[in-house]
Design a protein around this ligand. Structure first.
Ligand SMILES: [Cu+2]
Length: 261
């Protein structure tokens, strides 16, 4: 008999913490993040209601069919009911997946909007590096043989290429607020993963291919960039920061950096 109230109390406590959002994500900083959260909440509400009803029913069954000294009855089940709730669950979950995949595909399958700011993001054990084309708008040539971390050349930039002279290197990701950016994700050794919680976005970096990845952050601030793919012993230290700046401030930063090249 004690089991039923324990199940009910636990159910109410769990539902309370989800509903009150006691331990929750940081607020989103992009339109995609807001869409994503809306879908997450919708899914949570649907599954939460089912969870709540199922647990209440479980407690009821515990009380109703407890051992009262009588003979146990054997049931063969109920085919109509089985078919009914299996198809209801299938329709519900396929529906949720379909609406959710559209939000996902909008970021991962749609091409970057025209005029998106290109930035190269390099992941390696265990650090991030970012590269901007200078005032000429072109990324300079790179060569793996020239990669030299101590010498401040993580990308292996080839000095002999005129387009490489003005490229800007940064250990943190600086981007303008309210403007789409397209990251070209590259990995030098193993698979890494670019993850910013506030963007609600994750994307693998795979050695040997360049993966374009676009988004737009609207709220200025500093946000953590974390590697989200277990990439070796130092994986936990592989983090950087994404500074989202007002457009004018970003342009000024870029100009200052270009002057130092
Ligand atoms: Cu990593």
């Amino acid at each position: 008999m004690l089991l039923a109230p324990i199940v009910w109390v636990l159910t109410v406590a769990i539902c309370y913490f989800f509903f009150a959002q006691t331990w929750w994500f940081p607020p989103p900083i992009s339109a995609h993040g807001a869409d994503y959260d809306q879908h997450f909440n919708r899914t949570l509400l649907v599954t939460g209601i089912i969870f709540f009803l199922a647990q209440v029913a479980l407690g009821y069954v515990i009380v109703r069919f407890r051992d009262n000294g009588g003979r146990a009855r054997y049931s063969h089940g109920h085919n109509t009911l089985e078919v009914l709730w299996t198809s209801a669950a299938a329709v519900l979950f396929v529906g949720l997946v379909l609406t959710g995949s559209r939000i996902w595909a909008n970021v991962h399958f749609a091409p970057a909007p025209a005029g998106a700011l290109p930035i190269q993001a390099l992941g390696k054990q265990f650090a991030w590096s970012f590269r901007y084309p200078g005032p000429d708008g072109k990324f300079g040539r790179t060569d793996l043989k020239l990669v030299n971390d101590e010498g401040g050349n993580p990308f292996g930039l080839d000095d002999k290429d005129p387009a490489a002279k003005d490229d800007i290197m940064s250990a943190s990701l600086k981007i303008p607020a309210g403007r789409p950016v397209v990251l070209q994700l590259i990995a030098q050794d193993v698979i890494h993963n670019f993850f910013v919680r506030e963007l609600r976005l994750k994307q693998d970096l795979v050695p040997g291919i360049v993966i374009p990845f676009h988004f737009q952050a609207d709220k200025p601030g500093d946000y953590e960039v974390a590697c989200s793919e277990l990439c070796g012993l130092g994986h936990h230290q592989m983090r950087s920061v994404m500074n989202v700046m007002p457009e004018a401030e970003f342009e000024k930063w870029k100009k200052d950096q270009a002057a130092q090249q």
